[in-house]
Design a protein around this ligand. Structure first.
Ligand SMILES: [Zn+2]
Ligand SMILES: [Zn+2]
Length: 125
């Protein structure tokens, strides 16, 4: 009989927590833009300001920048976050700066769930 169990009592996946926090914020952004005709960039900024500070600093540490008129998400889901391919919602709300040897810095449009999943995929590796 073993009485010592050192497995942590976390049943919630941190990715899912971050995505849930972000989705709440981005749903608010959509409504706010519809009602006030604010720019998406402003609304996303506002949503980020409302996020939990821990979530926000995590996003910032991944080089994520809110932006407007980005169009579709350009994440390479199967490559960038193979463990969470299904999270993509298709609509980019943020850019992430990638530095490549051939092209220098490139800002890639990402939807919020993909941006979050990419960050976690990199942290885990
Ligand atoms: Zn993706
Ligand atoms: Zn995506």
């Amino acid at each position: 009989m073993s009485e010592d169990r050192d497995e942590p009592s976390q049943d919630q996946d941190p990715i899912q927590q971050l995505i849930a926090a972000w989705n709440t914020a981005s749903a608010a952004v959509t409504k706010w833009v519809e009602r006030t005709a604010a720019t998406v960039g402003d609304a996303v900024n506002d949503a980020i300001n409302r996020l939990d500070p821990a979530v926000r600093s995590r996003l910032e540490s991944w080089g994520l920048i809110p932006a407007r008129d980005l169009g579709p998400c350009q994440c390479l889901c199967a490559t960038k976050h193979p463990d969470d391919v299904g999270v993509c919602d298709g609509e980019a709300v943020i850019t992430r700066r990638h530095t490549t040897a051939s092209e220098g810095a490139v800002d890639v449009p990402l939807c919020a769930p993909c941006a979050t999943a990419q960050g976690f995929a990199e942290m885990a590796s």
